[in-house]
Design a protein around this ligand. Structure first.
Ligand SMILES: O=C(O)c1cc(=O)[nH]c(=O)n1[C@@H]1O[C@H](COP(=O)(O)O)[C@@H](O)[C@H]1O
Length: 238
């Protein structure tokens, strides 16, 4: 199920299509996939997804759907009809919401889109969960939501690489672990709390690394991406 040969997903968190396509043009689809998130999609819509696909990229449409089951399922169906490689929902939308989304994809003939669920955002730590009335370490809440996601029949979860090793022990090898909050040793954490370096994240069992600002805000984004790809390849991960 998971393709360990191309683990990097570059988050194209740009305010317009031109900037996103300019960045993508400097990347090699043989090295990485790309992610279209809320800012870019809200501004540029499906056209930017189609343009990236035309450039040869597989696209992770990261809109983190979280709504009643029918609404979420129809949104996931619309994403799949764009031909995206991956789409996500929030696991905290619950079992029935996730099952509805899974079922709508299962009814699509020849649908290849991977459906994954966000567990606990990588920008959150224990104190953030406490404010929501969740008296658990992030690790335990991630484990709870990851198992619910697996029971609902989705392909995997978004979690931090800090939880990857623990999830690998109790979930099938085919269950996909997508980990943002990736920070090379010299990069700013910014608003991310549960972080890890690219190589350590792979060693912990991540399948895919979502990397945004450390690449897109680098002085030379293409060179930064290339350096991370090379580091992982040298370590045997690509
Ligand atoms: O679903 C995601 O992609 C996601 C989940 C999560 O828990 N944390 C997280 O940072 N992300 C996304 O991953 C990207 C991380 O970007 P950087 O922090 O700039 O590397 C952003 O586009 C986030 O929207």
């Amino acid at each position: 199920m998971t393709d360990i040969k191309k683990p990097i997903i570059v988050a194209l968190d740009y305010p317009d299509q031109a900037a996103a396509l300019d960045m993508a043009a400097r990347l090699d689809p043989a090295d990485c996939r790309v992610k279209v998130g809320k800012e870019l999609f809200t501004r540029a819509g499906p056209a930017v997804v189609e343009a990236l696909q035309k450039q040869g990229f597989e696209v992770f449409l990261d809109l983190k759907f979280h709504d009643i089951p029918n609404t979420t399922a129809m949104a996931v169906k619309a994403a799949a009809e764009l031909g995206v490689w991956m789409v996500n929902v929030h696991a905290s939308g619950g079992r029935r919401m996730m099952e509805a989304a899974r079922n709508v994809l299962a009814q699509q003939s020849q649908c290849q889109t991977l459906l994954i669920a966000v567990t606990v955002l990588t920008s959150m730590e224990k104190s953030d969960l406490e404010e929501l009335g969740i008296q658990l370490e992030p690790m335990l809440q991630v484990e709870r939501l990851a198992h619910l996601t697996a029971q609902a029949g989705l392909h995997g979860v978004v979690c931090s690489a800090q939880e990857a090793a623990a999830l690998r022990k109790t979930l099938p090898a085919s269950f996909c672990l997508v980990t943002p909050g990736i920070r090379p040793a010299d990069a700013d954490a910014g608003d991310q709390k549960r972080i890890m370096t690219p190589l350590a994240a792979m060693q912990q069992g991540s399948d895919y690394l979502v990397i945004g600002r450390p690449i897109t805000q680098a002085a030379d984004p293409a060179a930064r991406c290339r350096a991370i790809v090379d580091e992982l390849r040298t370590a045997g991960f690509q």
